[in-house]
Ligand binder design. Structure first.
Ligand SMILES: [Mn+2]
Length: 463
């Protein structure tokens, strides 16, 4: 491959269009959005910079010390961008900066040094009936409040005081929920790379290999194929570790016959994949592992089939949850009946998380969830979500479930943790499973685990 694997940047016109759409929804007023800031890791060392997702959505700029103002006067819409002017001394250490000239090329109507933020805000707020902010942007709130107070002293005498501040986080989330074709192309590529990585992990998961070595192989593929790396802290959890939902230590060896749960996705062009697969080390399920696995798989497939515009996360969650409980009961593993299991809230132990979440720039993309608006939020075409039911027999042997299981099954089921997660695009009529090519059925997993690691590695690095 000669042209490289890196994504090409999205066009400035796309971001311009997004800003205009927001301005129209906002009506007359001023929207202020500040970039993320660098965070200190320790000493003079900083965490890798990650732009605020909303800021990136409206600007495409991944630099700190920047701000964007969208001003809708009713007659015109203007977007102002503020950043640090290019500084040769800084560039010597850190490489090229966007600078004012770079920002001008991105299609903003006006570009200023970030030091002028207060001055420019004062000008646009002078005749604005409202200022719009995002929930949680404390510094933006303080700045606007201060300027409105200053303006107010003068304007109170002249024509009364305008000082409305509105939170438009929900509007931004609404926009970000609807993926456009440019975003989808990046997400498809993130999933494609993740497919390669999970296949290499399956072929590599032999007894004696450590969880962190699998984590490293995943990153090797992500990075080699032009991604930024892991889109989030990867979970590589063998055996009972799989029952710890956010297990990220990844420091234990794989043992023959253990299940290995891998929750990992690539980030490509700033967009995330989020995939979970669970399979046996060595490739062969034990009978009880397979029974539990099949229940989760059937629940997941059933939930995906039901995913279409108009349904809410809560409904999808309930469908899988009810199905899994009934199937567990059908396995005849409990000493009590369904009513008692419900009374004991057994599924809160066995399936303690939601069915999925929005996916995009952020792995838990900021969009509207069922919990918003009293459960009234419905999924819509253009959204990308995860569907990820799971069943976990807890590490803690005092857990309630072990008092309700038949005694001779406790050892067989203890520590089994299964989650299966795909990335799903809502379409007009239903949905498309973007990650359907990643091995998932028992037969597919056994085949993927039996592949020769070295030849798969060679193939991956030559693609
Ligand atoms: Mn997820």
């Amino acid at each position: 491959m000669t042209e490289g694997r890196l994504p090409s940047p999205l066009s400035p016109a796309l971001y311009q269009m997004r800003r205009n759409k927001l301005a129209e929804r906002l009506g007359q007023g001023v929207f202020l959005l500040l970039s993320s800031e660098l965070a200190v890791r320790s000493s003079d060392n900083e965490f890798e910079f990650r732009q605020n997702g909303h800021f990136y959505y409206f600007t495409g700029v991944a630099e700190p010390h920047t701000a964007v103002i969208i001003a809708n006067t009713g007659d015109s819409i203007r977007s102002l961008f503020l950043c640090k002017p290019a500084d040769p001394n800084m560039e010597l250490w850190n490489g090229p900066m966007l600078g004012l000239d770079g920002a001008k090329a991105l299609g903003f109507d006006e570009v200023y040094p970030i030091a002028d933020l207060e001055k420019q805000l004062e000008i646009v707020l002078e005749n604005a009936p409202k200022a719009a902010l995002l929930f949680g942007q404390k510094k933006a709130h303080e700045l606007v409040t201060k300027i409105q107070a200053q303006l107010g002293q003068r304007r109170r005498r002249e024509h009364g005081l305008f000082r409305t501040i509105v939170d438009i986080t929900g509007d931004c989330e609404y926009f970000r929920g609807q993926k456009d074709s440019e975003e989808l192309a990046l997400m498809r590529q993130a999933v494609a790379i993740t497919n390669q990585a999970h296949r290499l992990a399956m072929a590599s998961a032999k007894p004696g290999v450590f969880e962190y070595q699998i984590e490293a192989l995943l990153k090797l593929v992500y990075r080699y194929q032009g991604g930024q790396g892991h889109a989030y802290a990867p979970i590589v959890a063998a055996g009972v570790n799989a029952t710890i939902l956010h297990y990220v230590k990844n420091d234990q060896p794989l043992k023959k016959g253990d299940l290995l749960l891998i929750d990992s996705g690539a980030e490509y062009g700033h967009y995330a994949a989020d995939i979970t697969r669970t399979f046996p080390v060595g490739g062969r399920f034990r009978p009880w592992q397979q029974k539990i696995y099949q229940i989760v798989l059937d629940a997941q497939e059933m939930t995906i089939k039901a995913t279409r515009p108009g349904v809410a996360f809560k409904e999808l969650w309930k469908m899988g949850r009810d199905y899994m409980l009934d199937q567990l009961i059908a396995l005849n593993i409990f000493t009590v009946d369904k009513a008692k299991l419900e009374e004991e809230k057994i599924m809160e132990e066995l399936y303690p998380h939601g069915v999925g979440h929005h996916l995009g720039y952020d792995v838990h993309d900021e969009s509207l969830y069922s919990e918003d608006a009293g459960g009234m939020v419905k999924l819509a075409a253009g959204m990308v979500i995860t569907i990820e039911p799971g069943l976990y027999f807890p590490k803690n042997r005092q857990a309630k479930v072990y008092q309700l299981l038949k005694t001779d099954l406790i050892e067989q089921l203890h520590g089994i943790g299964v989650r299966i997660e795909d990335n799903i695009l809502l379409t007009e009529t239903g949905c498309e499973n973007l990650s359907k090519d990643i091995p998932k059925t028992v037969a597919e997993l056994e085949l993927a685990c039996a592949q020769d690691k070295q030849s798969l590695m060679n193939k991956t690095l030559n693609d």
